[in-house]
Design a protein around this ligand. Structure first.
Ligand SMILES: NC(=O)c1ccc[n+]([C@@H]2O[C@H](COP(=O)([O-])OP(=O)(O)OC[C@H]3O[C@@H](n4cnc5c(N)ncnc54)[C@H](OP(=O)(O)O)[C@@H]3O)[C@@H](O)[C@H]2O)c1
Length: 215
């Protein structure tokens, strides 16, 4: 059976996975793109855009794990689009006609709508379901491969709280956001459930890996 994995999920030093004031022009609110600067320097990032350049060091090695062995993604309504996207029946996500997922993507929303097939193998399905049920559906769609939990912080927190996440790769970036959506709230003593490793890299970020002890 496939596992549920989080990859490349960036948090600030004070634990925020996004800033305050998300909008169509500011996907991460007042945080801007700073939480992903570490990734923009990697070859992994540039190659997604079809360009062969960028660093091939430790940040790149972590970043590339994002896509291998993944057969489906689950994401929250807040990652899929800015507040209010549900009021636009033609809205198809924040990534243009060929989104970078290339698998089924299950968008958790309390206002589901018919599935949307995009170019490049991505199909968005909209689910109003508790985390365990959503995971069951996504695992079936993944056909034996793993499912990526793409965020945002609220959805990751909910799935972790229910003990559903097998592997989690977080990237702690050296900025203080002060406000936004925090990942850690309500997850007291999480260290009891996971083997945790930390590796700091020359770019200044710390990669944190969580491996569920039940495995
Ligand atoms: N730091 C990173 O690496 C990273 C990665 C990805 C995204 N992000 C950012 O994270 C932000 C979004 O995060 P967020 O915490 O605000 O929101 P989110 O986790 O993306 O989505 C939460 C929303 O999803 C819906 N939802 C969640 N669970 C559900 C369930 N079981 N059934 C039905 N609907 C459910 C609800 O929306 P409704 O009630 O409205 O339907 C809920 O308010 C964005 O700014 C995005 O850019 C950051």
């Amino acid at each position: 059976m496939g596992e549920l994995r989080v990859h490349n999920f960036a948090i600030s030093l004070d634990g925020f996975g996004t800033g305050e004031g998300q909008s169509a022009d500011a996907a991460f609110g007042h945080a801007g793109e700073r939480i992903h600067d570490w990734m923009f320097a990697t070859r992994y990032w540039h190659e997604m855009g079809g360009v062969r350049r960028g660093s091939v060091g430790a940040d790149n090695a972590f970043a590339t794990m994002h896509s291998s062995g993944i057969g489906a993604e689950i994401m929250g309504a807040g990652k899929f689009g800015p507040p209010g996207w549900q009021d636009d029946p033609g809205y198809k996500g924040a990534w243009g006609p060929n989104p970078p997922f290339h698998t089924p993507v299950f968008v958790l929303t309390h206002r589901p709508r018919p599935s949307v097939e995009m170019a490049g193998g991505t199909t968005f399905h909209f689910l109003d379901a508790p985390p365990a049920e959503a995971l069951k559906i996504a695992l079936e769609a993944a056909g034996g491969q793993d499912v990526r939990l793409g965020g945002g912080p609220s959805v990751i927190r909910d799935f972790v709280a229910e003990g559903l996440v097998d592997q989690m790769h977080l990237v702690q970036v050296p900025i203080l956001l002060g406000r936004g959506v925090r990942l850690w709230d309500g997850l007291e003593a999480l260290e009891e459930a996971y083997h945790i490793e930390a590796v700091s890299t020359p770019s200044g970020v710390t990669h944190l890996t969580f491996t569920a002890k039940k495995r």
